[in-house]
Design a protein around this ligand. Structure first.
Ligand code: FE2
Length: 337
């Protein structure tokens, strides 16, 4: 068990970089992502498990079929940090469907009862829906959940197709299920100071403009809420390698997020950036090129784009960075250190 400690209390500001405890090794396992491929090979520092679960199905002779890891529009990752003989585990997001994450955890033989803490990247339903299956399969959880307060905002999305109500996570559900909800807007540390949760991320680039069309219900009305200020990332410092930055949807912009991680920690080397980079909806090829160009300057060791990054942006990154780009297929484990 662990509790979140607020980095703004006694740990200095970014002018005095936050002291992020380095780890010897980090493992990021993609538990839920938009994409799966049961034939994709392991790649560089990333291994891929091809697991099949025997499942009853009357269509088949013998009454059973084989079901792989579930891919769905959403994101969830298991983040494991190791120092010496100590290994700590953190769950980052839970995917979209009630049962997808629970299915994949079972198939990957990961016991959620061995997880030390949960962080929600933001409140969108494709990152928070999988709690239901966790609770149903494993019972109530006496685990801390770290989240930005805006994650509980009731939101809707206005587009050319009309207005879509966005399902909102219920703080009451979490608490009734035994979780300890901790809200923070500022940077926080978890797992003995080895994981930095950014809190709100500074928006500095001109080409990362947030989530157009999102509105939030405040009081009796709706206000534009394109910035998704609840969007936060995880930052881990791997000894002798640099920072590993993990985003959920990357609504703050993946470049803003990487730059903010550097700003907070005072460390410049990005060993890897992984997760949703939120480029799928970018229609402006110039903005997309600017992101790739900015990655050139950041010079990350690896990119593991997934979820809402989109194929066009992923291909653009692969074209520029070659084998340093590792698609975030469900079941992929990136190990650094
Ligand atoms: Fe998302």
């Amino acid at each position: 068990m662990c509790t979140a400690s607020n980095a703004s209390e006694g740990s200095g500001t970014a002018l005095e970089p936050l002291k992020l405890e380095p780890v010897e090794r980090v493992r990021v396992t993609v538990l839920i992502d938009n994409y799966g491929d049961v034939f994709a090979p392991s790649q560089g520092p990333a291994t891929r498990k091809h697991l099949l679960s025997p499942t009853p199905n009357p269509v088949m002779n013998g009454g059973a079929t084989l079901v792989p890891l579930v891919a769905e529009h959403g994101f969830s990752a298991l983040v494991e940090v190791e120092t010496g003989s100590t290994r700590r585990r953190l769950l980052f997001d839970t995917g979209v469907s009630p049962g997808g994450l629970a299915h994949n955890l079972s198939l990957l033989d990961i016991n959620p009862l061995e997880i030390d803490a949960i962080v929600l990247s933001h409140g969108h339903f494709d990152h928070t829906g999988g709690f239901a299956g966790l609770v149903e399969r494993y019972g109530s959880h006496n685990l801390p959940i770290l989240v930005h307060p805006h994650a509980f905002r009731h939101r809707r999305l206005r587009s050319g197709n009309g207005v879509i109500d966005l399902p909102t996570p219920s703080r009451r559900y979490f608490e009734q299920s035994g979780f300890q909800v901790s809200e923070a807007e500022n940077p926080s540390f978890l797992l003995d100071g080895s994981v930095l949760v950014t809190g709100e991320i500074e928006r500095k680039t001109s080409f990362e403009t947030g989530f157009a069309g999102q509105e939030a219900e405040i009081g009796n009305g709706w206000i534009p809420d394109p910035l998704v200020l609840d969007d936060q990332a995880l930052v881990i410092s791997v000894r002798n390698l640099g920072l590993v930055v993990i985003t959920g949807c990357g609504h703050a912009g993946i470049i803003n997020t990487c730059q903010y991680a550097r700003y907070l920690t005072g460390q410049s080397k990005i060993a890897a950036a992984a997760g949703g980079f939120h480029l799928s909806s970018v229609r402006d090829p110039i903005a997309l090129a600017q992101v790739v160009e900015a990655f050139e300057d950041l010079d990350p060791g690896y990119l593991m784009p997934g979820h809402c990054t989109g194929l066009q942006a992923t291909f653009a990154m692969m074209e520029r960075f070659g084998s340093r780009v590792i698609p975030s297929l469900v079941g992929t484990t990136l190990t650094l250190g």
